[in-house]
Design a binder for this molecule. Sequence first.
Ligand code: ATP
Length: 588
Amino acid sequence: MLFSKLAEYYDSLEKVSSRLKMIEIMAEVFKEAEEREMSAIVYMTQGVLAPAFEGKEFGVAEKMATESIAIATGYTKDEVESDFKKSGDLGKTAESFVAKSKLKRMLSSKPNILEVYEAMKKISESSGKGSKEHKIKLLANLVASSTPLEARYMIRYPLGQLRLGLGDATMLEALSVMENNDRTLKDELERAYNICSDLGFVAATLKSDGLKAIRSLSVSTFKPIRPALAERLPTAEEIIEKMGGKCAVEQKYDGFRCQIHRKGKRIELYSRRLERTTEMFPDIATAALKEVSTDEFIIEGEALAYNEATSEFMPFQETIQRKRKHGIDEKAVNLPLRLMAFDIMFADGKNYMNEPYSKRREKLEELLGKSETLRPSKRIITDSAKDLDDFFNISVENGLEGIVAKDLNAPYIAGARKFSWIKLKRSYQGELSDTLDLVIIGYYLGRGSRTEFGFGGLLCAVYNEKRDMFESISKLGTGFTEEQMQELSDKLSKIAQKSKPARVDAILEPDFWVYPKYVVTVRADEITKSPTHTCGMKVNDDGTKSGYSLRFPRLVGETTIRTDKSPEEATTTKEIIELYSQQKKVRV
Ligand code: ATP
C-alpha cells in the first residue's frame, strides 16, 4: 500500500468522532494491506516503531523536526517555528510548508508503507556523535519527497503525536471486522494480545495464518504478558464472601512490578507497562540467573528496596530511587532490591497460565527454593475474615500496603481486572480507601497567584473500556507544589489544542484540551453524582442526566506524572461505579 493511501485513511480517521466509523475505516485499511505490511501499519497507527518491550525510540525532538521541515522546503527555521507557534501542531505546519515549498519536490518515486517504516527505523537507529544532524537529514529527505498530506504524518509519527484518536481496543475490533465482517472475534484477538503484548504480531499472524493460529498462540519467553490486575472490596468479610471459601491472602508490597523472563543465559525484566528494565535492576537479573533452579521461566513479583541489617522493606520513596539510568551499580549496592514473587506463568517449556493458582504457587516455591533475593510473597490460606483482618493489620504495621486475596482455583488472567485477585489497602479516615489514577484531558490557565505559571488546574478523566473513550470526572486544582505547576505547564503547553480530542467525552470546556497521554494520582474524599461530568453518565428517572465526580480531589503521588501507567491503564469508569456502590454500603 502506498503511504499516500494510508495518509488519506488517517485523514478520514481524524475527521470522524464515532468509534464505529473508526473501526470501519481501520478495517478497510487492514483488508487492503498485504500480509507483510500488517505489523508496520499497526505500529505506525499506534505511533511507535515496535512494541514497548523492544524499547525502540525515535529520538526526534520538536526542534529537530522543525529543522527538517525548513531544510525540505527551503524556508528558515524561524519561519517554521513561528508557524508552529500559531498552529500548535508541527504536522499541520509541515503540511502547509510542503504545499508552498520553495524547492522542487522529489516526487519521482512514491514511497510505500514499508519504505517509510524502514526509513523511520533508520532514523531511530542512528545514534552517537553526529546522529542528531543525521536524523534531521533523513527526516528532511522524507518530507522533501512528500505530498502535503503525507508530510503531516511523516512529521507527527516520529514525534509520537499522530492524533488519530485510536486506541488498541478499537484496533482489535477493526481486526475482527477485517477477518469476520463483525466484531465478535475481539475477545479471542484480545486474549492473543494479552499474552504477547505485540499488536503488530497479532495482526500479522491473523492475516497470514488465520484465526486458528491466533487460537493456538501460547506464551513465550521475551514476549511479556499483560499483567493481571486486582479488584477492590472494602472489608475482609466481603472478600471472604466473594471468594466463597478458602483463599490465599498475600502481603501487598509497594515497589515496582517486575516480570522476569529467562531462557538459558538470556534474561530480561519488564515493568508494569511492559518496558524492558533489565539494565536498571542488575541485582534482580543476576539473582534470576544464578538462584533459580531452572533456566527457562516467566515469573512475576514486586521488586522493592530491602534493609538487610533490620530485615525490613523500605517505603516506596526509597525504592523509587532505583529507577534511574545512571549510577545504577552504586545504587544497587546501597539500596539492594528483593523480589517478592507472586506468580509464575511459564517454566521448562510448559505454559502455567491456565493452571490453578495453588499449582502455580507450588511450582514457584519449588523454583525459588534456594534464592535469597527472589522470595515467594508471604501469605496465609484462610476462610476466616478475622484471620484475613489480622494478617492485613500485621502487614500494614510492617509498613506494607495491605493484602491481595487470591482465588486458589483461578488461572492467571492476563490484562484484566478480575475478582480472582482482590486487594484491600490501608484506609484513610474520611477518604476513599484507594487513590485513583486519572488521565489529563485539559487544563485551565492560572489566575491570581497562579498567573505566572500559565497553569491553574487540570480537567481529568477516567477510561471507559467499553467505549474506548476518556470520560471526564473531575477538575483538579489542589495539591500542586510550584515546581509541579511549572512542570505541568511546560509539559501540557506542548500538547495543548483548541478542539476536543476524538476519544474524549466531556461537557466542561477547559482553556486548552490535551490529547490523553499523562496519568496523575489523585486522592478524594468521596465519589458523588454530578450533572457536569460524563463518567458513567446515565439518564435518571426524572429525565435529567448524571455522571460521577469527585469531592475534594487533590494530587498525590511520588511523582507528578505516573510514568508506569498509560492512559488506558488509568482507573476505569467501571471501577468508579463499583467504588461508589462500596462507599454507600460503608455509610449505611
Ligand atoms: P495499585 O496502585 O494499588 O498498585 P495498580 O493499578 O497498580 O494499583 P492493582 O491491580 O490495583 O494495580 O494492584 C495490584 C498491584 O499490586 C500489582 O500491579 C503489583 O504491582 C502489586 N502487588 C504487590 N504485592 C502483590 C501481590 N502479592 N500480588 C499481586 N500484586 C501485588
